[in-house]
Structure formats: C-alpha cells, structure tokens
Design a protein around this ligand. Structure first.
Ligand SMILES: Nc1ccn([C@@H]2O[C@H](COP(=O)(O)OP(=O)(O)OP(=O)(O)O)[C@@H](O)[C@H]2O)c(=O)n1
Ligand SMILES: C[C@](O)(CO)[C@H](O)COP(=O)(O)O
Length: 227
C-alpha cells in the first residue's frame, strides 16, 4: 500500500526581536551549526522521505543558501518566503503542499524536539486528524482579572508546543479564513473552523528559543548530547 505523504513546514520567518541578537535567531550557532539546521535534521531523522518546506524571510534566503554551502548542509528541502506574521508564513508554506497528506507545522527554533514526539504526532494525526504537542505547566497559574488576579486550577491547562500536525485538507481549509488576533498557533486556527484538537504529550526539552536565556539552556542541552 502506498505511504501517505508526510510534509513538515518549518517556520523560521520571524524577526526574533525578543532575542536581541545581531543574527536572526534561527541562524545563531549551537553546537557549531545554525539552530535551523538542527531542527531540519530532526525531521529528516524521523523520516528521510519527509517533504520539508522551510519558511524564511525573503531577505534571508540568500544568506541561508550561503550557510548551507558553508556547513555542507545537504538535507533536501524547499524554501519559501515568509510573511509579516506566523499565520502568513504558515500560509505561504502551505502553498508548497500538493494533494493529500499529513502536514506538520514546526517552529524553526525548536531544535530539541525528540524524534519519538514527531512520530507520535504524525501517528495520532493519521488516527484522529490532528495532533498538537503539549506539556503540563510546572508553575501555578493566575488569571488576570479587572480586580487583580485569581488562582486557576493548573490541572486544567496545557502549554502548547510544536509540532502541530493535521490532515492537509483540514489545514488548508483553516488557513483560507482571515487571520484573527487570537491565532497564536496552528491549533487555534484549525479549531476556529470547528475541528477537534487532539493533544500528544511533549517534552520540557522542546523549548522555543526565544529570549537570551534560552540560548544558555540550548548550549547546556547540546553539551549533554541532546542534539
Ligand atoms: N512572521 C513570522 C513570525 C514568526 N515566524 C516563526 O514562528 C516561530 C515562532 O515565533 P517566535 O519564536 O515568536 O519568533 P519571532 O517572531 O522570530 O520572534 P519575536 O516574536 O521575538 O520577534 C519562529 O520559528 C518564527 O521564525 C514566522 O515564520 N513568520
Ligand atoms: C506556536 C507556538 O510555538 C506554540 O507554543 C507559539 O504559539 C508561538 O508563539 P510566538 O509568539 O510566535 O513565539
């Protein structure tokens, strides 16, 4: 029986403003290689036949090509120009997805995602139509109210990571709608067309490298052999 095509849209089209670094954060080296290369390699390790779509700002496409040459990075991938928001970048990436299949969307700056997590997410999507990786909060949670704040039951919440994997047709339909302010990830976009979201357990190592202290953590994980 023919294998269902698997795609991975790796979004790296942001500006990385919270990192306050002179390089775009996806190009910062950890363990001797740009973060984005480690992320791509994780998906390739999961499935060498995965169709990789890497989304980068238009003005960074040449730099990326040069970095690939410099690091002799040969893993085959398409590149697509990003948009002004994550929503627009994912939508541009979806333009490279042809026909049916399972499509993962993953942040280019989450290089520590485990192969087992990626596998669990694609498998759950094949069964249920969607899979969103998430972990339980470790801290207590308070909701901001008009009066100040109030405690909420932590057991009722999950912290959402990527990959977020969907049937291609569902993701494409969801991304046809106009962007809304509360769309902070793909699950929120897909949910708003009435689809159910299935959660898959993630890992505390699957950090999104966002602020300078995340780089210190990333170096520590890398030293420990997590890359
Ligand atoms: N217009 C955008 C904005 C974000 N992203 C991607 O979405 C992921 C999560 O976003 P975030 O970590 O917030 O990245 P930035 O938007 O680059 O960072 P910041 O908000 O600090 O500027 C990143 O891999 C980022 O490159 C994207 O592809 N296109
Ligand atoms: C998609 C995401 O990583 C899930 O946690 C997150 O919502 C991205 O948010 P950002 O503000 O674009 O970093």
């Amino acid at each position: 029986m023919a294998q269902t095509p698997e795609y991975a849209i790796i979004v790296a089209g942001g500006s990385g403003s919270r990192m306050q670094h002179d390089l775009p954060k996806q190009f910062i080296e950890v363990a001797g290689k740009p973060i984005l290369m480690h992320t791509i390699a994780r998906f390739y390790k999961y499935n060498p036949a995965v169709r990789l779509v890497v989304v980068l700002p238009q003005e960074q496409l040449n730099t990326w090509r040069e970095l690939c040459r410099k690091h002799a990075f040969k893993l085959f991938h398409m590149t697509v120009a990003g948009g002004a928001t994550r929503f627009k970048s994912v939508k541009n990436g979806l333009g490279a997805v042809m026909g049916e299949g399972l499509v993962a969307v993953h942040d280019g700056v989450r290089p520590f995602v485990e192969v087992e997590t990626i596998r669990a997410a694609y498998e759950a999507t094949a069964k249920y139509g969607s899979a969103v990786v998430a972990v339980s909060p470790k801290d207590s949670i308070r909701e901001l109210t008009e009066e100040g704040s109030r405690a909420v039951p932590r057991a009722k919440y999950k912290l959402v990571q990527t990959p977020q994997v969907f049937q291609a047709s569902i993701l494409q339909k969801a991304y046809e709608q106009p962007e809304q302010e509360h769309f902070t990830d793909d699950a929120s976009v897909v949910e708003s067309i009435g689809e159910t979201i299935t959660l898959v357990e993630g890992s505390y190592r699957n950090i999104k490298i966002t602020t300078p202290e995340d780089l210190i953590l990333a170096e520590a994980f890398a030293k420990e052999g997590s890359l």
